[in-house]
Design a protein around this ligand. Structure first.
Ligand code: GDP
Ligand code: IMO
Ligand code: MG
Length: 424
């Protein structure tokens, strides 16, 4: 029995996709357990770039069963486009399975995500506008539609008529938006259902059988700890539980089945969307990190906000997720700056605090306490395969991260490619 979880430790886009791709080489199953097509996981293999949004990032490897579990919200049109685009890149998706319990993103979810964001005005959250929040809200409200429902046309039709009546009242009367045509929606979605029917099944039984047979099951996190609905910087979060605990509800797996929890992090911090960011460098340094690290969203193309690595966040992440190892990316990128700052503490009203504030007003008042490190500017680390070969200042920076977080570093990324990774 081997359940391995890969989670984001910051605000997403840490390079989770790259580690799923690497680790799936020795795995039998790859399971996405939360989020939807708000995620964008990039893999660079043999100079080709692949972007995954809903399909697990293990799909590049042949013979791996890739599962979209119940905790994911699925936009069927996006999923079909992703299957087709992978086919065009020569990747077969025959081994894809989709949970019949996963919720469907309906047109009203996308409409409401857009309308709510517009109406929030200056209080907008900066969502990806993919309908994620409204879809999870409906799941909790018990007015969602599940993938299994798509396979029963009569039942699906009844649900669309009943739910769209309420949604259209909200869209028209509250937001003065354009109502959704139920008949058009039914025809469109039943068309998707026929394409997706071969993939939809009770995946939980398959995951459990795999674990009982001692297969290696890799659980792919999307989003990240600080976007978690409960533990992130609420309300500037997503609407699911990306943390390792999300595997239990998002894939129906008991905590005893999880043997390893790997936290993926960047050697700096980035955030796409709005919300607090203590170590943000809204200046030339942030611009430089963005350009050097190509920090533009995989899903929306938005420029990512950039800043120094924040170990107060990392320590919190280690605790919330029960991290057993860290995977640190972009050691190549950070080394190109003149010098490097590492946030090791927060000061609030002049005093060092030992917690991550839940209150955003308090968080906004926190001042980062930095340690400064020499960079390894001018030294190309992107082809280094062994830790010992890294420049001394890079090792000092990495050691300090390990020391403060108390979590062993298991992998070091020195470039986007599958081969540009040092295994400790
Ligand atoms: P994810 O959402 O966590 O899977 O991460 P994204 O794919 O959205 O963003 C990570 C970006 O960093 C992608 O463009 C990766 O190709 C890139 N990347 C990952 N690791 C490294 C690294 O070690 N060095 C560099 N330069 N790029 C990396
Ligand atoms: P991956 O898996 C980075 C952010 C959005 C927004 C907030 C809420 O690629 O790391 P939502 O559409 O989910 O309601 O938006 O969450 N967000 C992400 N940021 N990486 C992601 O995924 C994200 N998924 C959502 O930008 O701030
Ligand atoms: Mg991403």
């Amino acid at each position: 029995m081997a359940g391995i979880v890969v989670v984001g430790t910051q605000w997403g886009d840490e390079g989770k996709g790259k580690y799923i791709d690497i680790l799936s080489g020795d795995s039998d199953y790859v399971v996405r357990y939360s989020g939807g097509n708000n995620a964008g996981h990039t893999i660079v293999y043999e100079d080709t770039k692949y972007a995954f949004h809903l399909i697990p990032s293990g799909m590049l490897r042949k013979g791996k069963t890739c599962i979209i579990a119940n905790g994911v919200v699925i936009d069927p049109a996006v999923l079909i486009r992703e299957i087709e685009s992978l086919k065009n890149q020569g990747i077969e998706t025959a081994e894809l399975l989709i949970s019949d319990r996963a919720h469907v993103i309906m047109p009203w979810h996308i409409a409401l995500d857009n309308l709510q964001e517009s109406m929030r005005g200056s209080e907008a959250l900066g969502t990806t506008k993919r309908g994620i929040g409204p879809a999870y809200a409906d799941k909790a409200d018990r007015s969602g539609i599940r993938m299994g429902d798509l396979l029963d046309p009569e039942y699906f039709r009844e649900k669309v008529y009943a739910i769209s009546k309420i949604k259209n009242a909200i869209i028209e009367k509250v937001y003065e938006g354009t109502p959704i045509d139920p008949e058009k929606t039914i025809n469109e979605y039943l068309g998707y259902a026929e394409k997706l029917r071969p993939y939809i099944t009770d995946v939980n039984a398959i995951i459990h059988r795999a674990l009982e047979e001692s297969k290696v099951v890799l659980f792919e996190g999307a989003q990240a700890t600080f976007l978690d609905l409960d533990f992130g910087t609420y309300p500037y979060v997503t609407s699911s539980n990306p943390i390792s605990g999300g595997v239990c509800t998002g894939a129906g797996v008991g905590p005893r089945m999880i043997n390893e929890v790997l936290g993926v992090m960047k050697a700096y911090t980035s955030r796409v969307g709005l919300g607090p960011f203590v170590t943000e460098q809204n200046n030339e340094i942030g611009d430089k990190i963005r350009e050097l690290g190509h920090e533009y969203g995989t899903t929306t193309g938005r420029p990512r906000r950039c800043g120094w690595l924040d170990l107060v966040m990392l320590k919190y992440s280690a605790r919330i997720n029960g991290l057993t190892g860290l995977c640190i990316n972009h050691i190549d990128t950070i080394g190109k700056l003149d010098s490097i700052k590492l946030c090791v503490n927060y000061k609030l009203n002049g005093k060092i605090i030992d917690y991550y504030p839940s209150n955003l007003k308090e968080l906004a008042l926190c001042e980062p306490v930095y340690e400064e490190f020499e960079s390894w500017q001018g030294l190309d680390v992107s082809r280094i395969k062994r830790y010992e070969m890294l420049p001394e200042p890079a090792k000092q920076y990495i050691c300090r991260i390990e020391q403060i977080t108390g979590v062993p570093i298991k992998y070091i990324g020195v470039g986007p490619g599958r081969e540009q990774t040092i295994t400790m």
